[in-house]
Design a protein around this ligand. Structure first.
Ligand SMILES: [Zn+2]
Length: 265
C-alpha cells in the first residue's frame, strides 16, 4: 500500500485549465467547512474495512486535506473567489440545522446559489489526484462548466446530494459503479464530508435511478441566482455508500480514491 499522492510538481500542468505554471494547494473540501483541521489521508482501497488499524501509510495534514494540482488562477480567482463561499455557506447552514435541537421535518429547504455550489463541487473534484491533464471526457465536461462562471450545466451532468452525518471524508475523482449486478456501469466522482455528500455522474444510463435530489435541477439559468434546494432527511444512504461494495453492487476504484480521518490527539 502506497502513500497517498497529493502533490504535483512545483511547476506543472493545472488539473482544471491545463495551463503550465506554478501549482498551488487546493483544500478539498474548502477550508471554511473544515471543523477538524488535522486529518490523516488514506488510500481508500486499503482503508475500507480496515478500521480501526488503517492499513497503509496515511499522510497527515494540519489544515485540512490539500492537493497541489491547480494553478493560482483556478484555485484562488475561480474556486476561492467565486464559488467556494456558496458551498461553505450551504454546508454551514446544513450543519447548524443538523446540530440544532429543532424537530426536523422530513424535508427541509435551504436557500443557496445552486449553480455556484455545483461549480465548486466540480472544481474541487478536478483538483483531486495528481497529474490529470489530459482530463478525459468527463473531466473536460466538468472543466468547461467550472472555467466559465456563466456556463450553464451540461445536459447530462448530475450532482446528487444527501446528508452525510459522519466525520470521515471521502474524496474520489472517478470510480466505476455497478449499482446492481446486471445494471450498466456508471462513472461517478464523490466528495463526502460532514454534513453533505455529493455524487457527480456524467451520462448515467437512464434506467439507473438515484433516489437523491439532483442539484442541477435547482440551478437557475443564471448561475449566481439564489434558489431553495431540498434536503430529504428520510433518504440517507448507509455511511459507506457508494464507495464500499455491497451484496448488490460493485465499486471499482481508480488510483485517486481517498478517505480522510480525524486526528484526535
Ligand atoms: Zn488552472
Amino acid at each position: 500500500m502506497t502513500f497517498p499522492r497529493v502533490k504535483g510538481p512545483k511547476n506543472g500542468i493545472c488539473n482544471i485549465c491545463g495551463e503550465a505554471g506554478p501549482l498551488t494547494e487546493d483544500h478539498v473540501p474548502p477550508k471554511g467547512v473544515t471543523r477538524f483541521p488535522r486529518m490523516a489521508l488514506h488510500n481508500l482501497v486499503g482503508s475500507l474495512g480496515a478500521e480501526p488499524g488503517e492499513r497503509g501509510k496515511p499522510r497527515h495534514f494540519q489544515q485540512g486535506v490539500k492537493f497541489r494540482t491547480t494553478c493560482l488562477s483556478c484555485n484562488r480567482d475561480l474556486l476561492g473567489s467565486q464559488y467556494d463561499k456558496a458551498l461553505i455557506n450551504l454546508s454551514n447552514d446544513v450543519s447548524r440545522y443538523l446540530f440544532s435541537q429543532l424537530d426536523r421535518p422530513s424535508v427541509a429547504h435551504f436557500n443557496t446559489q445552486p449553480g455556484l455550489v455545483a461549480k465548486a463541487v466540480c472544481g474541487h473534484i478536478l483538483s483531486v489526484g495528481v497529474g490529470h491533464f489530459p482530463r478525459g471526457e468527463m473531466g473536460d465536461v466538468l472543466a468547461d462548466f467550472v472555467l466559465d462562471p456563466a456556463a450553464s450545466a451540461p445536459e447530462e451532468l448530475r450532482i446528487y446530494y444527501w446528508v452525510y452525518p459522519y466525520w470521515d471524508q471521502i474524496l474520489v475523482r472517478a470510480m466505476s459503479m455497478l449499482p446492481r449486478f446486471g445494471a450498466p456501469p456508471v462513472v461517478v466522482s464523490l466528495m463526502k464530508y460532514m454534513p453533505l455528500a455529493f455524487l457527480v455522474a456524467w451520462k448515467p444510463d437512464p434506467i439507473l435511478k438515484f433516489p437523491y435530489p439532483n442539484l442541477i435541477n435547482y440551478m437557475p439559468s443564471d448561475a449566481f441566482r439564489y434558489a431553495d434546494i431540498p434536503l430529504d432527511f428520510t433518504i440517507i444512504p448507509p455511511h459507506r455508500y457508494p464507495e464500499m461494495p455491497t451484496n448488490e453492487g460493485v465499486a471499482l476504484h481508480g488510483r485517486d480514491a481517498f478517505r480522510a480521518t480525524r486526528i484526535i490527539n
